[in-house]
Design a protein around this ligand. Structure first.
Ligand code: 4AD
Ligand code: MG
Length: 406
């Protein structure tokens, strides 16, 4: 609140946003006008008044207050002031910082993104399916598993819904989920969370090309909805809404081999078979102004379940989608091995124990079909769409290598 010339200007927030409320001396009870002077930042109030258009007000409208009731007068000294606060301070005070206009706006865009995605799934005949969070067999390799003490044995937090999804397609057909995934990421980067929300899709009778097309159609729809309904919010965050139009599919596809060539051209020493890390991705994204797929990764850099290309078995029928502007990988997926013998061979090659994957191998013994899927990191996509410089702001309470509070 600020006051000038016999008017109090109050900025009032609710779940939909903020609005300026003006209280003029003489139009309300004198005692109320005086008492309002003492209102503290973040107090909870009820306002009665008239909504009027006013070009000078933020948002173009204001409420002319006729009555005001204080429900809770906040304590003095709200920790977040107008001055600059460092990221650690804001993370310590995250429970309050999520009230900021920036966080409120991002969380609205995030909710709209998921709402639009669910709409698309509904229109296209997908069923939502849920898998367990406590699991015993790694999906994406042991290095990032979080152990859980499960009574007298060890279990883990899930890295992906995928293995269970592959069981469920035989029951439900095309399925999706939106659920937390966990990665004990030792990497302290701007794009890794230890707990993130994973939007995953699994589709029977679908090959690599089919699953890339599904990602394009889903993103095309979601970007359209955000353009139509969130332009004001995106502009506030520094993202030009027209960018979303420009970044619509179809997306270019390059093979891993071509990516290696580009990196070598850029003077990076990169050997065929190495994993494409974030540093490499940042260089690759400079060549594109829209998201693009990298396909056919070598077996060695992908998890055991990826189907080797029958025409060239040292590479897999896999695809990552990378966002431009340095954001990099936003989805990973591809076609799965659907033959039991081939799967067992790959499990052994990766030094995993086929016993741990017995139920998963069963799926190839009783009515196997070609199938594919992908996983999209919700915070990665929100960071890109909202043009954030760190993934932590794409989620309300980020879990990072050094942060589990609040
Ligand atoms: O590439 P990933 O590891 O693939 C899988 O988990 C597959 N099982 C998905 C599937 O086919 N159903 O992870 C998928 C996506 C990545 O592209 C990235 O966007 C996101 O999940 N992701 C993370 N996001 C934030 N923090 C992390 N530590 C992430 N690790 C992966
Ligand atoms: Mg990946």
């Amino acid at each position: 609140m600020r006051s000038s010339g016999g008017i109090h200007f109050l900025i009032v927030r609710d779940g939909t946003g903020i609005i300026q409320c003006t209280m003029k001396r003489g139009t309300v009870d004198d005692a109320l006008f005086e008492k309002t002077k003492d209102l503290t930042l973040e107090s909870s109030i009820e306002v009665i008044g008239k909504v009027v258009e006013d070009k000078r007000a933020p948002g173009g409208y204001e409420i002319r207050v006729e009555d005001l009731k204080v429900f809770h007068r906040a304590e003095e000294g709200y920790p977040i002031a107008k001055k600059y606060h460092g990221p650690d301070f804001l993370l310590d005070n995250r429970h309050l910082w999520i009230r900021s206009q920036k966080m409120q706006t991002i969380l609205h865009v995030r909710a709209k993104f998921l709402e639009a995605a669910r709409e698309w799934f509904k229109m296209n005949g997908y069923t939502e399916f849920h898998s367990p969070t406590i699991i015993t067999a790694a999906c994406e390799g042991g290095a990032t598993l979080f152990p859980v003490k499960y009574f007298d044995r060890e279990a883990y937090l899930t890295q992906s819904w995928q293995l269970y999804a592959e069981a469920a397609i035989a029951s439900l057909g095309k399925i999706y989920t939106v659920a937390p995934s966990f990665r004990a990421e030792k990497s302290r980067t701007r794009r890794h969370l230890t707990e993130y929300w994973h939007l995953e899709v699994e589709v029977p009778w679908c090959d690599l090309n089919c699953i890339m097309k599904i990602q394009e159609e889903l993103l095309a729809y979601v970007l359209d909805v955000l353009y139509d309904e969130m332009s004001r919010e995106l502009t506030y965050l520094g993202r030009e809404p027209d960018d979303l139009r420009r970044m619509k599919p179809p997306y270019e596809r390059i093979t891993y081999d071509m990516a290696v060539e580009i990196l070598n051209e850029e003077g990076i020493r990169f050997n065929w078979g190495d994993d494409i890390t974030w540093t490499h991705e940042k260089i690759l994204t400079k060549r594109f102004d829209k998201p693009f797929f990298i396909t056919h990764f070598p077996k060695g850099v992908k998890a055991f379940y990826h189907k080797p290309d029958p025409k060239r078995p040292e590479v897999t029928l896999s695809a990552d989608l990378l966002a431009p502007e340095g954001y990099g990988e936003i989805t990973g997926g591809g076609q799965r091995i659907d033959d039991a013998e081939e799967l067992i061979r790959r499990i052994k090659e990766e030094n995993l124990n086929p016993e741990d994957y017995k139920w998963y191998i069963d799926l190839r013994r009783y009515g196997s079909v070609p199938h594919s899927g992908f996983g999209l990191g919700v915070e990665r996509v929100i960071a890109w769409i909202c043009k954030l410089d760190h993934i932590r702001d794409a989620i309300a309470f980020p879990r990072l290598i050094n942060r589990v509070y609040p």
